[in-house]
Ligand binder design. Structure first.
Ligand SMILES: Cc1ncc(C[n+]2csc(CCOP(=O)(O)OP(=O)(O)O)c2C)c(N)n1
Ligand SMILES: [Mg+2]
Length: 562
């Protein structure tokens, strides 16, 4: 055998990634996977984005997975690199995002001694990933990596973790043939079950579809919108899946999330044909499992989900259809195009009422102080083009975005259903890398921003001109709100001493300004857009304004009066 037939694991791995169509990876280097970094040195097909912390890198990979439908690729080193990255793996799991985390691992000869930074990733990520494995034989890289792509994208998508022992990556072996590129597969709805669904539609008076989960696409959204247009069926979106249905569509019924509009909650409770499409209807969507009884909902329930293990796991449906959301939406549209009709007279009026209730709930409300956050978000919704990508992490500030923004295009929202603080900024960085032509706006709280704020350096390094809006209320507002509700007046470990965010942004080489009065926002935002740099605008919000409809002192008084 000639030496040209030999390749090390790093080269074999990168060749396989190229064969799978990978164009980008996010990571933080480590000495444990130098051979991969070396192979990337002469692989122009793959852009490696050097991040500042692995949590941010993994969140960027998640955002890439959401935006493209292809696995987001993340490379981290063993031990501390992997533990940092776990935040992003958990997000990808709860959001059903295709993602592959590659971890440099200690050498094979020293395994199980608790060598430097050694962890058994199978045990560590067991509950958080669809599949966790270690590639001990470089000749099996094509097989294992190919399986990782299939697993991450098929059925209910999710993260896969592959550990790469350092010496496996660096030792030459006979070069294997790359595996063929992956194909994602998800179930197509059984026509017999679909017939049962259409019969139920015929009898229904108050049908409602709630969409969410992974395995969606722009085409799936368009198919569902066409189906809704033809049948006038109202469609609501689950927590943080607000871009799965055009919010200005006349059948759009609103966001089934935290602080749900009580009128929409009523519609869900009273529905006589509730179709959950791709959503697990988890804790945040179900208002703490209060909108449907468990295990037997009062509402006649049809559950469409790609993973059969989820069907009947929490809610016992009348009809369970194992199918991908995209396949279901395609089938539903095809049926309408084949000439099947429903008499929508029974519900058309209530669909119109649901949409006007949504519009009323979406209209900004007046709050105390000079910064009208609702109006500011509504102004952005009016002003920014529909392809704008809006990101956020976790905190009460996000509630304003969810309520007062309007989403039109698929994947114009990147927000973690797992409620992971700090997600917004790395997601925005990835979004701008994938779609440089689309405006990207990140909302972060003052607590949230500090979790992964260092990725502003990544935005500057790669010239990714995102705009970050830091809603600074000097507190971990969500927790403070819960404190006032449950332990009124006993403010414990929630006040924040913050840096000067605008100055911090400028120190990074970004644009930075402060807005205290909402009237100045449009002007500052225009300057940020024109700056030609990543930008941060600090919005000073009175902590009293804890939600669009509650003040901290009001919550305290209410709790004390109990
Ligand atoms: C990584 C992580 N840590 C802790 C929490 C718990 N948590 C949820 S919201 C929140 C406070 C967020 O504060 P901030 O970003 O300032 O937003 P605000 O609520 O003040 O608008 C905390 C600590 C979480 N969701 N994620
Ligand atoms: Mg805050």
């Amino acid at each position: 055998m000639s030496s040209s037939d030999l390749a090390n694991g790093g080269r074999i791995l990168v060749n396989q990634l190229v064969a799978e169509g990978v164009d980008r990876a996010f990571g933080v280097p480590g000495e444990s996977y130098l051979a991969v970094l070396d192979a990337l040195y002469d692989t122009p097909e793959i852009a490696y984005h050097l991040c500042r912390q692995e949590g941010g890198a993994a969140m960027m990979a998640d955002a890439y997975g959401k935006l493209t439908g292809r696995p987001g690729i993340c490379f981290v080193t063993r031990g501390p690199g992997a533990t940092n990255a776990s935040a992003g793996v958990h997000i990808a799991f709860q959001d059903s995002t295709p993602m592959i985390l590659f971890i440099g691992q200690v050498g094979r000869a020293m395994m199980e001694r608790e060598a430097f930074q050694e962890i058994d990733y199978r045990r560590m990520f067991g509950q958080m990933a669809k599949w966790v494995a270690q590639i001990d034989d470089a000749e099996r890289i094509p097989e294992m990596v190919s399986r990782a792509f299939h697993t991450a994208t098929s059925g209910r998508p999710g993260p896969v973790v592959l550990a790469l022992p350092e010496d496996m990556l660096s030792t030459p072996v006979p070069a294997p043939v790359p595996a063929r590129p992956y194909h994602a597969s998800s179930g197509y709805p059984d026509p017999a079950l679909m017939a049962g669904l259409w019969q139920r539609f015929d009898r229904a008076k108050r049908p409602l579809i709630v969409v969410g989960g992974g395995d969606w696409s722009a085409a799936a959204k368009a198919d569902l919108e066409a189906f809704a247009e033809a049948t006038r069926v109202p469609v609501a979106v689950s927590f943080r899946c607000q871009d799965y249905f055009d919010n200005t569509h006349p059948c759009y019924a609103g966001h089934v999330g935290i602080a749900i509009d009580p009128k929409l909650a009523g519609r869900i409770r009273e529905s006589d044909l509730l179709i959950l499409l791709g959503t697990r209807f988890g804790e945040m969507t179900s208002s703490g499992y209060s909108l449907m009884k468990i295990p037997n909902p009062d509402q006649p329930l049809v559950h469409v989900y790609p993973d059969p293990e989820e069907l009947g796991r929490v809610y016992r449906p009348e009809l369970a259809i194992q199918a991908g959301s995209a396949a279901f939406a395609r089938a539903a549209r095809a049926m309408i195009e084949d000439g099947v009709t429903f008499d929508s007279a029974a519900w058309a009026e209530s669909t119109a009422a649901a949409h006007s209730d949504y519009l009323a709930h979406n209209a900004p409300v007046e709050v105390p102080g000079r910064l009208q956050l609702g109006k500011l978000v509504a102004w952005l919704a009016e002003t920014l083009p529909p392809e704008t990508i809006v990101t956020n992490g976790a905190g009460n500030y996000a509630g304003w975005v969810h309520r007062f923004y309007r989403f039109h295009k698929f994947r114009s929202q990147l927000a973690p259903t797992s409620g992971s603080m700090g997600y917004g900024l790395p997601a925005a960085v990835a979004a701008k890398a994938v779609h440089p032509e689309r405006p990207v706006v990140c909302f972060a709280g003052d607590g949230c921003f500090m979790m992964h704020g260092q990725e502003l350096a990544t935005a500057v390094q790669y010239g990714l001109n995102i705009i970050v809006l830091v809603v600074n209320n000097g507190t971990l507002g969500t927790i403070r709100m819960h404190q006032e509700n449950h332990y009124p007046g006993r403010v414990s470990a929630t006040d924040l001493a913050n840096p000067d965010f605008a100055a911090l942004a400028r120190a990074y080489g970004a644009f930075g300004e402060v807005v205290e009065d909402g009237a100045d926002f449009a002007e500052v935002f225009a300057r940020a857009q024109a700056s030609g740099k990543p930008a941060l605008i600090e919005l000073r919000l009175d902590p009293e304004v804890i939600t669009p409809t509650a003040t901290l002192s009001g919550l305290r008084a209410k709790a004390l009066a109990k």
